[in-house]
Design a protein around this ligand. Structure first.
Ligand code: ADP
Ligand code: ZN
Length: 214
């Protein structure tokens, strides 16, 4: 069963790899970041609360995040497994996930940690632009759209995420080191952790598929 967690600092390429993996394996991509951004777009109470943390780079409180994931994991489409992207990010979240996963009978099998040098993270995040309409990612130097500022796929406007600036990124990297990195030890001790090099994103996908199996 493919019950997978993708971990790594902001900009490591978790979202990019997740999209490639779910195209191959028939499991849902559960990204807490995407779920929060969706709620923000819709202007729901959850979105309003989440925005007050996310925009300057802080983590959303554990109780809120855990509740959201618990609800999502209990849906039927997780029957063949799941790909968690950006959750858990704290020890309390990881502990809550243990309980939830047991309850639904789908315990975590692989924790994939994508490591990328800090200079590369900064370069990727500060140059990142995303389509306002469909969410497709671009980069001002590496992944330019055909027409400046316009999405190749849907014609939507390309924008910068409010938390993709140097100031918020400093807060995000700090949160990663202090709150998320301890999880590597947590999963290593359980024998679930495998680390991959994320500096070259197109090289990484075949490696992940070789690791997870056909
Ligand atoms: P990145 O990994 O590039 O920072 P994400 O889309 O995964 O991007 O997350 C964006 C933001 O959403 C985070 O900086 C944080 O504020 C919030 N968030 C996402 N997942 C969690 C989580 N598991 N716990 C708390 N906050 C989260
Ligand atoms: Zn688009």
């Amino acid at each position: 069963m493919l019950n997978i967690i993708l971990m790594g600092p902001p900009g490591a390429g978790k979202g990019t790899q997740a999209k490639k993996l779910i195209a191959k394996y028939n499991i849902p991509h559960i990204s807490t970041g995407d779920m929060f951004r969706e709620a923000i777009k819709e202007g729901t109470p959850l979105g309003k609360l989440a925005a007050s943390y996310i925009n300057d780079g802080h983590l959303v409180p554990d109780d809120v995040t855990i509740g959201l994931v618990k609800e999502r994991l209990s849906k039927d489409d997780c029957a063949n497994g799941y790909l968690l992207d950006g959750f858990p990010r704290t020890i309390p979240q990881a502990e809550a996930l243990e309980v939830i996963a047991k309850e639904i009978g789908r315990e975590v099998k692989y924790v994939i940690d994508i490591e990328t040098p800090k200079e590369e993270l900064v370069r990727r995040i500060c140059g990142r632009r995303v389509c306002k309409k469909c969410g497709a990612p671009y980069h001002i130097i590496n992944i330019k759209p055909k027409v400046d500022g316009i999405c190749d796929i849907c014609g939507g406007e390309l924008v910068q995420r409010p938390d993709d600036n140097e100031e918020a990124l400093t807060v995000r990297l700090d949160a990663y080191v202090k709150q998320t990195k301890p999880l590597l030890e947590f999963y290593k001790n359980k024998g679930l952790l495998t680390t991959f090099d994320g500096s070259n994103s197109s090289d990484l996908t075949p490696k992940l598929i070789a690791f997870l199996g056909e």
